[in-house]
Design a protein around this ligand. Structure first.
Ligand code: FES
Length: 293
């Protein structure tokens, strides 16, 4: 049995603002019945651009109902700029806390709010779209969503990520990728504490040279590939040969060799050494690229 706060129980037994606003200005729909949670949030603005009415319909557990209920209360009277600043942590805090296994309900509330605001700002044309590459196909969660819950909630383990966005909570096939995203997020944090960057042209030990290659992959190459739904892993360095594996979109891309030569090799030569050349890891299994249905 979950440990629920009195406030959560009260909102579960007496949810506020259930239903749909008539002739709404913004509509946000997230989740899906297949995934066990779904939320539709609608709002109406007054003449000053403040949210005068907000209602929800949800399919889910007690936490999903309570978080949706408080969300509608929290955003009433706010401008869209103010409402857009509401985080999943604010929603959980408003309830006096949520069991960690139920934090995904607060994330769903924040996502529905963002989707509704986006829907309003695009004149009702735009529905909620997933940003990034789907990592967890069981729950349709992308790398961008995972990165965000990690960053905003300072998450450190796969289990925590599952609690906050469900990714990894089904077949478990995506747990390796989630671990990598956690490591990357930790690496990005550590970067701000890093010693001064190694530079091309310096006399480097073998270890420093490999570090510089890894740093170049992380900072100069990976962001460019990720922007196109791909990713890259440094597998090994043998002399001047840098062995990499492509992931996501890059793994499927028929232009992978072009990408490898033109982006990866050029960047490594620019930042590390003119003598480097790149090869794709022969044993690196190419992973399927998942499109959202
Ligand atoms: S793919 Fe993520 S749990 Fe199945």
């Amino acid at each position: 049995m979950w440990e629920y706060t009195d406030k959560l129980k009260e909102h579960f037994f007496n949810p506020r603002n259930v239903g749909e606003v008539a002739d709404p200005d913004g509509v946000g729909e997230v989740g899906s019945l297949a995934c066990g949670d779904a939320l539709k949030l609608t709002f109406k603005l007054d003449g000053d651009g403040r949210i005068k009415d907000a209602k929800f319909k949800t399919f889910g557990c007690a936490s999903a109902i309570a978080t949706s209920s408080v969300l509608t209360e929290m955003i009433r009277g706010k401008t869209l700029e103010e409402a857009a600043k509401v985080t999943n942590k604010d929603i959980a805090d408003y309830l006096g806390g949520l069991p960690e296994q139920k934090m995904h309900c607060s994330v769903m509330g924040r996502e529905a709010l963002e989707a509704a605001i986006e829907n309003y700002r695009t004149g009702g044309r735009k529905k909620h779209e997933l940003e990034g590459e789907v990592v967890c196909t069981c729950f349709g969660v992308t790398d961008k969503e995972i990165e965000r819950v990690i960053r905003e909630n300072n998450l450190k383990t796969v289990e925590q990520v599952t609690n906050y966005c469900k990714a990894g909570g089904g077949c478990g096939g995506c747990k390796g990728q989630i671990e990598r995203i956690i490591e990357e997020a930790a690496g990005a944090k550590a970067k701000s504490r890093a010693v001064p960057a190694l530079l091309k042209g310096q006399k480097l030990t073998n270890i420093q040279r490999i570090q510089l290659i890894q740093q170049t992959v992380n900072e100069q190459i990976r962001p460019a590939l990720r922007a196109h739904g791909g990713n890259i892993e440094l597998i090994d360095v043998e002399g001047n040969k840098v062995i990499v594996g492509f992931r996501g979109m890059c793994a499927q891309c028929r232009l992978a060799e072009f990408t490898m030569k033109d982006v990866v090799e050029a960047r490594l030569r620019e930042f590390v050494s003119d003598e480097l050349y790149v090869e794709e890891d022969a044993d690196s299994a190419r992973q399927p690229h998942n499109h959202r249905g």
